[in-house]
Design a binder for this molecule. Structure first.
Ligand code: IPE
Ligand code: IPE
Ligand code: MG
Length: 243
């Protein structure tokens, strides 16, 4: 009898980025206020972080609040900020226990001072952890991030510290807030919308996109595994040819 060795499971993607969308529609479907959708969304964050730790994913980046989300009604923005406060306080212990390092990207100066302090505290407290790098994008916009990196290069050039003839991708990336993180391998967006909404515009140049109909509050380990399975079916060519 021929023994066929089982094929080893492929490695999970190194960096998964998620546009967490659909909290409002989830609430509508359950005849609940939008705030309840956001609360359930926060619990989906917890499940997803746990699943990433379990699956050995090294980087997880979550889009939690865009630089355009200030356009929402004041009460909804308040709910989101209160949830953020709650998350930053209540999750630290578990993040610590699971070896999760938390970082925040986005314009934090635009957030309330107490939230800025909570972020700083969480980042410092988890800075020694290396199992999972969790990055939360808050008041984040990809175009603004790119412009800030351009501005940093122009300033360096004007100060005589950068030769404009030597500008390259690596130098540019030093000015991005994601500096030091690998580019996302897999980008997931929930709720059926198929757009980037200003998320990681530069970094997603070669990411594989998986769009799922699942609304964010219903997302968890099973949905993550199914997105990873789809990712493994893809052939990444980076402009080259097959194989
Ligand atoms: C995602 O859910 C949460 C944030 C963007 C902050 P939404 O609130 O966008 O949910 P929908 O798109 O209205 O269903
Ligand atoms: C994108 O979702 C932002 C976040 C998930 C934080 P939105 O719901 O704000 O995006 P649009 O408005 O549908 O493009
Ligand atoms: Mg939305």
């Amino acid at each position: 009898m021929e023994i066929v060795a089982a094929r080893p499971a492929p490695d999970p993607p190194r960096h998964v980025a998620i546009i967490m969308d659909g909290n409002g529609r989830w609430a509508l479907n359950h005849a609940l206020p939008r705030a309840e959708g956001h609360r359930r969304g926060a619990s989906a964050v917890r499940q997803t972080v746990r699943a990433c730790v379990e699956l050995g994913i090294r980087y997880l980046t979550l889009f939690a609040f865009s630089s355009e989300n200030w356009k929402r009604p004041k009460g909804e923005v308040q709910t989101l900020m209160d949830l953020l406060r709650f998350y930053l306080k209540s999750e630290i212990e578990e993040l610590e226990r699971n070896g999760v390092r938390l970082r925040v990207i986005g314009d934090r100066d635009g957030l309330d001072r107490d939230i800025q302090n909570l972020i700083l505290f969480a980042e410092q407290r988890t800075e020694g952890n290396a199992r999972l790098n969790l990055t939360i994008a808050l008041n984040y916009g990809g175009r603004r991030e790119i412009l800030a990196a351009v501005e940093a290069m122009i300033r360096s050039a004007v100060a005589g510290k950068l030769d404009p003839g030597c500008v390259n991708e690596q130098k540019f990336e030093e000015g991005l807030e994601t500096h030091g993180l690998p580019d996302p391998d897999l980008l997931i967006r929930t709720s059926g919308e198929c757009r980037l909404s200003n998320f990681l515009l530069w970094q997603c140049a070669y990411s594989e996109f998986v769009f799922t109909q699942t609304l964010w509050p219903d997302f968890g380990k099973a949905e993550l595994l199914s997105a990873i399975e789809e990712f493994h079916q893809r052939e990444r060519r980076y402009g080259g040819t097959r194989g």
